[in-house]
Design a protein around this ligand. Structure first.
Ligand code: ZN
Ligand code: ZN
Ligand code: ZN
Length: 346
């Protein structure tokens, strides 16, 4: 009997996260009795007087936004982290059971545009390039702060992902410790380099480009693919083609290429189920302090929760909370669906 990835349940290994995912290709054939989420197809206004991110409006904390006409960045009024929190760590009772340490950080919000109704798919390439250049500047500025070890840029889009406001924006969190996910990815990339003498994501990107099956779209600077080990139905990994670690390593061409890639990805997502596609996305650059990390490869993750239509989402419950993450459609099937939409745009 031959083992067929497209038909049989199996486990796949994620070498970046160092964990396994269960793939059950035929599970979507079962009758669905879950939640049907309401589709919000409402046309948004260009300016919303009640939006705390629109130009000139007052925020909940009392500050008023300037009449900005490009990007706009401010310190989060309800920041989860503060730069001047007292430093310390404790091990109550000395048994490693009640352990805590202080965490300092800076949390910023960045509006992509003064327009309330735009998204990364409807903004012009020029406008997105301005956003990417601000990400580069913010990464450099925040990494230079004393005590900052990591800069995480991320976007939550859609109510399904907990985004409280449709105004196009992202968050930038700079932290004194390296967060769990990048810390694990750093260990994995260093471990791979030690074992094989080459970069994990350079090798992986080259292999996927040769196989083509999971590649969705690409240009001279970046490639977007559904990783072999994807957990979320239409998850994407966006890898730089050139080996570099940080936003500060971007060439002028790569600014344009990343902008074009982001526009195409969000357009593809929105076209898939004809709905503004919810997702969490973020960039993974090397931790900024201490030893340089030449083995880190710059990349981005897109994690969208939608499964089969605009109203059916994936939940991470039951076996996934207690056992291991699981997916219902194969990454190859997801890539084929996304590719068919991405190619329509060309
Ligand atoms: Zn707004
Ligand atoms: Zn590399
Ligand atoms: Zn990553």
């Amino acid at each position: 009997m031959t083992f067929k990835l497209a038909e049989q349940s199996h486990r796949r290994f994620n070498p970046l996260a160092n964990e396994w995912v269960l793939v059950s290709p035929r599970r979507t054939e079962r009758p669905w009795q879950g939640a049907i989420e309401a589709v919000s197809g409402n046309q948004l206004p260009k300016y919303d007087p009640t939006c705390y991110l629109c130009p000139g409006n007052q925020r909940v904390g009392g500050a008023r936004n300037p009449a900005y006409d490009s990007t706009f960045i401010f310190e989060n009024d309800f920041a989860a982290l503060k730069p001047d929190a007292p430093v310390g760590c404790v091990d109550l009772h000395g048994k490693g059971l009640l352990v805590a340490e202080s965490e300092r950080g800076i949390c910023r919000v960045m509006c992509f545009s003064p327009r309330h109704d735009l998204t990364l798919s409807s903004m012009s390439l020029d406008e997105i390039e301005t956003v990417v250049r601000m990400w580069i500047a913010q990464s450099q500025e925040l990494a230079a702060f004393p005590g900052i070890s990591h800069v995480q840029i991320f976007e939550n889009r859609g109510a399904m992902m907990g985004a409280s406001n449709p105004h196009p924006h992202c968050q930038i969190w700079a932290t004194s410790s390296v967060p769990e996910v990048p810390a694990r990815e750093l260990r994995s990339q260093v471990g791979y380099h030690d074992a094989y003498g080459s970069c994990m994501l350079c090798d992986y990107t080259a292999l996927e480009q040769a196989e083509k099956e999971r590649v969705v779209c690409g240009n001279d600077g970046f490639v977007a693919l559904v990783p072999f080990w994807a957990v979320w139905p239409f998850e994407l990994l966006v890898c730089a083609r050139r080996h570099f670690a940080n936003f500060s390593d971007f060439s002028a061409d790569e600014v344009t290429q990343l902008s074009a890639m982001l526009k195409q990805i969000v357009f593809t997502y929105d076209s898939l189920f004809s709905v503004p596609f919810p997702y969490s996305m973020g960039f993974h650059q090397a931790p900024g302090k201490g030893a340089p990390h030449p083995k880190w490869h710059f990349h981005a993750h897109f994690y969208p929760p939608l499964l089969r239509s605009a109203s059916i989402r994936k939940f991470m419950v039951g076996f996934e909370m207690l056992g291991t993450p699981q997916r219902d459609i194969t990454p190859e099937f997801a890539a084929e669906k996304l590719r068919s939409v991405a190619e329509m745009r060309r």
